[in-house]
Design a protein around this ligand. Structure first.
Ligand code: HEC
Ligand code: HEC
Length: 353
């Protein structure tokens, strides 16, 4: 009995000591070394396991790329959230996934090419990661080189420009951070920390980033109506350029088509299978995004409609410009796709500040 108490007291003392020595983390100590910041999580776990409105559930049923062994759980996505925003996952602790996929920018960034941990530029434009769960094949990146959301998650970490770690370094760093064992325990039932579980947790968090609270969604649920201009824009979206309409390639309701585009763009980059083909991500919130297309060369949607984008304009390779009278209604329609909740919601935000 006494022995139990003694060792319990010892544990408490050690924990207290560790806590005290780390509590002013994120600041520079007298010796000039920076101790890591701690995440702040709410007392009650936030809810990531959702039932969406019927039009979204139907799309999920048709296109969900969640593997059988990695369904979203609230604790799994919570761990994923911490990992996603943790700068310790980069070589010099300066960059996290959230640096190039910023919540306030629809999980994209605002530059054509992004800056990695040493200031070097990425080869391509950062993608918005909204609704990645709805890309049926699960293939990620502009050229679809990652076979799944899980496989994708470890690539930026190992990329020499982006985050610059080996998987062994990643595991060592994550194991050394005091807040992770408890988070892994809750998420996966064990304090084991390895790159497979890191990838799974990040993927759970990413798959939970689903837009369903825009005006478009309220209209589809019969809760609101489009203005005449928005309704006209929707009609144009569904018909212009037929048989290859906007909706053929960017299909409602997630404005994402799970089929690999079967056609090649003019050569600026090798693309999918070296065939100059590129994936397009979800067009949700696209009216607020800047630096579009795989090289980030198109300033925004308005510039795309008026000046065009990489493409020949020869069907089915769209130059993405439209007739002048279609611009205003199309813009009005695309504005209804903006979900303002997702860009501020606590459960998707950076827990390190
Ligand atoms: C330095 C900037 C940068 C960092 C850091 C970064 N990314 Fe990215 N991300 C990009 C770029 C650039 C692309 C497109 C690259 C390509 O297609 O070749 C991309 C693409 C993606 C995609 C593909 C989306 C799709 O629809 O195919 C996902 C998912 C993603 N990143 C998640 C992450 C995760 C998870 C992390 C952290 C582990 C991360 N990113 C870190 C810049 C970054
Ligand atoms: C035949 C298929 C096709 C059609 C039709 C099409 N697109 Fe695209 N779209 C693509 C592909 C593929 C890309 C990615 C190309 C790239 O990055 O080089 C793209 C990119 C985009 C982007 C940039 C996305 C981003 O994340 O950077 C926007 C916005 C867009 N399309 C809107 C539209 C609109 C609006 C229409 C109708 C006027 C339309 N598209 C018609 C295939 C199509």
């Amino acid at each position: 009995m006494k022995r139990v108490c003694l060792s319990a007291c010892l544990v408490v003392t050690i924990v207290l000591f560790q806590y005290c020595s780390k509590k002013d983390s994120g600041t520079t100590t007298g010796t000039g070394t920076t101790t890591p910041a701690q995440p702040t999580l709410p007392g009650t776990t936030l809810n990531y396991v959702m039932t969406y409105p019927a039009h979204i559930q139907a799309a999920l049923l048709a296109n969900d790329n969640t593997p059988a062994d990695n369904a979203i759980t609230n604790d799994g996505a919570t761990l994923g959230r911490v990992l996603f925003y943790d700068k310790q996952l980069s070589k010099n602790n300066t960059v996290s996934c959230g640096s190039c996929h910023q919540q306030k920018l629809a999980f994209d960034d605002s530059s054509s090419l992004s800056k990695g941990f040493e200031g070097g530029s990425t080869d391509r434009n950062s993608m918005s990661i909204l609704n990645v769960r709805f890309y049926k094949s699960g293939k990620m990146f502009w050229d679809e080189r990652a076979a799944s959301v899980e496989k994708q998650a470890l690539q930026p970490i190992q990329n020499h420009t982006e985050m610059g770690l080996t998987l062994a370094e990643l595991e060592t760093k994550v194991k050394a951070l005091s807040y992770y064992p408890a988070l892994f325990q809750k998420a996966f039932g064990s304090t084991t920390i390895d790159s497979v579980l890191i990838a799974k947790a990040i993927a759970q968090f990413e798959r939970s980033i689903v837009t369903y609270q825009s005006k478009y969604d309220r209209v589809k649920q019969g809760l609101e109506t489009f203005t005449p201009l928005e309704a006209q824009g929707e009609q144009i979206y569904l018909t212009v350029g037929a048989p290859n309409t906007c909706n053929t390639c960017h299909t409602a309701p997630m404005f994402l088509n799970s089929q690999t585009p079967p056609f090649a763009f003019p050569a600026t980059d090798i693309g999918i299978n070296g065939q100059n083909r590129f994936k397009a991500g979800s067009l949700r919130n696209v009216a607020t995004r800047t630096s579009l297309f795989h090289k980030g060369t198109v300033a925004n949607v308005l510039a795309m409609f008026t000046a065009g984008a990489p493409g020949t304009g020869t069907a089915p390779i769209p130059a993405h410009s439209v007739a002048p009278q279609d611009v205003q209604p199309l813009m009005a329609f695309l504005n209804t796709l903006t979900d303002n909740t997702i860009i501020t919601e606590e459960k998707f935000s950076n827990p390190f500040k």
